[in-house]
Design a protein around this ligand. Structure first.
Ligand code: RB5
Length: 163
């Protein structure tokens, strides 16, 4: 399988371990960065992984930041991405079986390395169950299309934001 991987500085070490493990299992990994411990912004890497998966360059993506949440939120802005923050093998399996998740996200400051590695392997082996879950995933795609057609600006200025 071809897998894209991306992280910010907080996820750098865990991303490296996960890439090593995937490679040892024979998967082909595209490492989209970050490549150093210098502080960076997680949306850049969530977007890169999401775009890589949705363009068909890879089959699935793996994202890591401190909590897994910021990078998942960013990846999910790419239409076609279904990124799930996963905490164990059960959430990894259900993210594929029920949500047809195509990007798995980990919080390096939250999850143990062994648990993350096992969860990733389960994620890659699990398959979407379809059926009633297909109807629900299709509704997510319909929502994306509706949003794409919507011409209202999608960001109001945040209260208290620096002008
Ligand atoms: C970086 O310090 C941290 O905010 C980031 O890795 C992530 O946890 C955000 O969701």
């Amino acid at each position: 399988m071809r897998v894209s991987a991306g992280s910010d500085h907080a996820g750098l070490k865990l991303k490296g371990l996960l890439i090593e493990h995937l490679t040892s299992l024979g998967h082909e990994v595209v490492d989209l960065g970050t490549h150093s411990s210098e502080s960076v912004d997680y949306p850049d890497f969530g977007a890169a992984v999401g775009e890589s998966v949705c363009s068909g360059e890879t089959d699935l993506g793996v994202c890591v930041c401190g909590t897994g949440m910021g990078i998942a939120i960013a990846a999910n802005k790419v239409h076609g991405v279904r990124a799930a923050v996963v905490h164990d093998v059960t959430t990894a399996r259900l993210a594929r079986e029920h949500n047809n998740a195509n990007v798995i996200c980990f919080g390096a400051r939250i999850i143990g390395e062994a648990v993350a590695t096992d969860a990733l392997v389960v994620f890659l082996r699990s398959e979407f169950l379809g059926g009633r879950h297909l109807r629900r995933v299709e509704k997510i795609a319909a929502l994306e299309h509706r949003q794409a057609d919507d011409t209202t600006p999608d960001m109001k200025p945040l209260e208290g934001a620096n002008k």
